[in-house]
Design a protein around this ligand. Structure first.
Ligand SMILES: *Cc1c(COP(=O)(O)O)cnc(C)c1O
Length: 411
């Protein structure tokens, strides 16, 4: 019996535009295929190759690649000793993982407010959070949407108060900041922070399926990060403490021997993921250029409707690497709820998403730490919506989205 003929979609149906997605090309598939035909599926040569290429891309001395961005955040928290008895400041408008990682490592979380129009933590918000905390040990700064804020001022304030700085750069691969002296530095280079964390989830700038990385300029921190991602164990003879069991009588290390520094997880990224990551990394500049052009096109379509509908505020000293295209909509003034607006967009074949429900308002944290008053985070959250944005979109796609937005809002 033959299979029934596939029903063709009507000619007029336009493809659904998700808020974000990966762009995979034939050479990406080939790179993965080569690993599958080779000798190593994991802990093989593709891992170190990708790490070297990634470190070079962001101008860091070391990159330690791992299972995902959340694991990378946890590894960063552990490397900085942010365990029980420490306090970590996290801006409230971010993905859960920015807070979960230090929390799960034993730290207490203090939420900071953000600018209502950009979603970025400003120096004053950090100062307020430090004052509320009494004393803090670190700040995890978030480059929301691929935009970095006042990183130089935040670094100065953090250093004055004895805080370590982790950049949650999961949105910001390829972004750069312009310092007061006019010099550019890449996010990930760690000029204004101690460690930077990246994610290679499919909606991020490059895709590995799942994947993440921490960058550092300190070789000892890199070695510790590598231990943390691999059970907390070491096979490096120079690190062995138990010399009697580690070495044979001739003084050579026993070939089977490994030693536990402290228990860790298996958070390795495998060769399949890393081959995809490296292939994608080679396209980063092209992807970024496309994303910047798409953002400019959206701006041109939507800027005339400010302030009720407006692109998010831009930070002067940042060369952004747009990860999301977020707009701020005063939904009440249009007489529509955000949920209804999203449903209407979906009917037009257009996806959208909210980044993010402020983490300080999650009941888990509100019950533990009391409901902090963060009006900037609330005001940003009330209006924000991410429109479709990915590197294979066209200018026509952007025009289609902008047209639908205007139609639904009767603009
Ligand atoms: C994606 C993301 C993470 C987590 O990364 P995963 O790879 O999904 O674990 C953390 N923080 C931010 C800001 C993110 O966007």
């Amino acid at each position: 019996m033959s299979a029934p003929a596939l029903k063709q979609p009507p000619q007029t149906a336009k493809p659904f535009l998700p808020y974000g997605r990966q762009v995979i090309e034939e050479d990406d598939i080939q790179a993965v295929g080569e690993v599958l035909r080779g000798d190593y599926l994991t802990t093989g040569p593709a891992v170190g190759r990708f790490e070297a290429a990634f470190a070079k891309t962001v101008n860091a001395k070391h990159a330690v690649v791992c299972a995902n961005g959340t694991a990378a955040l946890y590894m960063a928290a552990r490397a900085l000793g942010l365990g029980p008895g420490t306090k970590v400041i996290v801006p409230s408008v971010t993905f859960l993982a920015t807070a979960s990682a230090p929390y799960l490592n034993g730290a207490d979380i203090v939420f900071a407010d953000v600018d209502p129009d950009s979603g970025l933590m400003r120096p004053q918000h950090l100062a307020d959070a430090i004052a509320r905390a009494g004393r803090a040990d670190a700040v995890f700064n978030v480059h929301l949407n691929g935009q970095c804020g006042a990183v130089e001022e935040i670094a100065q304030l953090a250093r004055r108060n004895g805080l370590k700085i982790v950049d949650d750069a999961c949105h910001a691969l390829g972004a750069a900041t312009v310092a007061k002296d006019g010099s550019h530095s890449l996010i990930g280079e760690n000029v204004f922070c101690d460690l930077s964390v990246f994610s290679f989830h499919p909606v991020k700038a490059i895709a590995m399926g799942e994947g993440g990385a921490v960058t550092t300029n300190d070789p000892q921190t890199a070695a510790q990060l590598m231990r943390t991602r691999n059970h907390g164990m070491t096979r490096d003879a120079a690190e062995f403490a138990n010399r009697q069991d580690a070495f044979e009588s001739e003084g050579h290390p026993n070939p089977w021997y490994y030693e536990l520094a402290e228990p860790g997880f298996n958070w390795r990224a495998n060769d399949i993921q890393c081959a995809l990551g490296q292939s994608q990394l080679a396209k980063l500049d092209r992807f970024l250029t496309r994303r910047r052009a798409l953002a400019a096109a959206y701006d041109a379509h939507l800027a005339p409707y400010a302030p009720r509908l407006r692109p998010i505020a831009r930070h002067r000293t940042c060369l952004p690497a747009w990860h999301l295209y977020a707009v701020l909509i005063d939904f009440a003034s249009f007489g529509i709820t955000r949920a209804a607006f999203m449903r209407r967009l979906a009917e037009e074949g257009i996806g959208s998403q909210v980044h993010y429900f402020p983490v300080h308002r999650q009941r888990f944290y509100a019950e533990r730490y009391g409901a902090a008053k963060l009006p900037g985070a609330d005001a940003y959250y009330a209006r924000v919506l991410s429109l479709p944005f990915f590197a294979s979109m066209t200018q026509d796609d952007v025009a289609r989205v902008a047209h639908a937005v205007r139609k639904i809002l009767a603009l």
